[in-house]
Design a protein around this ligand. Structure first.
Ligand SMILES: C[S@@+](CC[C@H](N)C(=O)[O-])C[C@H]1O[C@@H](n2cnc3c(N)ncnc32)[C@H](O)[C@@H]1O
Length: 206
């Protein structure tokens, strides 16, 4: 945990309950150790989408669709949200949740490498949410600047990486550090970072 566990718990206890589908995904993810963003980051993401009126959204690394459902609900009836994940089993489960949540018609499901999927969809996006495996973060940063409209957002989860950014030992830790440094140095983005849960970076495309 990045913040004091008591603060983390306090913040978590303030969150309103989720509906049946989201609550079920949270329980499934906990049981199967699937790392989802969780409700605190999901609400922050929702606020960003609503503040910027983002409609066209691409998600890199969607697992069983928890964050995707938050994104599509935040973006509203005109949303165009792209789910991507390398696991066919995750995608199959996510499709079921999308149907039950009543949002399937606004989500395109891409199975396979997330950056290949991004390259297959033309145009720019209002928001790209990055949550792929952390060693892939530098490659994501190479790919996304041309795919976000000016004023659009590039949001990345886990950028404090359980605190391992302080003392990087493994290649994954080094990849997150490299990503963070390059993102803050990039003249293409105005970047901020918040210590919510595992760290979330929000970069505005200039
Ligand atoms: C942290 S989980 C995503 C959680 C999801 N964003 C949520 O909060 O509900 C990361 C997911 O990305 C997928 N993934 C990782 N690297 C990927 C890549 N390069 N291309 C496609 N999927 C990838 C994994 O299969 C995994 O399901």
């Amino acid at each position: 945990m990045i913040t004091d566990p008591n603060i983390e718990q306090y913040m978590h206890d303030l969150l309103p309950p989720r509906d049946e589908v989201l609550a079920e995904i949270e329980a499934y993810a906990a049981e199967h150790k699937i790392p989802i963003i969780g409700p605190a980051v999901a609400r922050f993401l929702t606020a960003l989408v609503k503040m910027t009126k983002a409609k066209r959204i691409f998600e890199l690394g969607s697992a069983v669709g928890y964050s995707t459902i938050w994104l599509v609900r935040a973006a509203g009836p005109d949303a165009e949200v792209h789910y991507s994940d390398g696991s066919p089993a995750n995608a199959e489960r996510a499709r079921g949740y999308f149907e039950r949540a009543g949002v399937a018609s606004r989500i395109s499901v891409h199975v396979g490498d997330a950056l290949t999927a991004l390259a297959s969809v033309p145009g720019t996006f209002d928001l790209i949410f990055n949550d792929v495996d952390k060693d892939g973060y530098p490659a994501v940063l190479d790919a996304v600047p041309d795919r976000i409209k000016p004023g659009g957002l590039f949001v990345t989860d886990n950028t404090l990486w359980h605190g391992r950014v302080l003392h990087p030992q493994e290649a994954t830790d080094a990849a997150v550090c490299l990503f963070n440094r390059r993102l803050f140095e990039s003249p293409q983005f105005y970047t901020t970072q918040l210590p919510i849960r595992d760290g979330v970076s929000v970069a505005i495309r200039l």
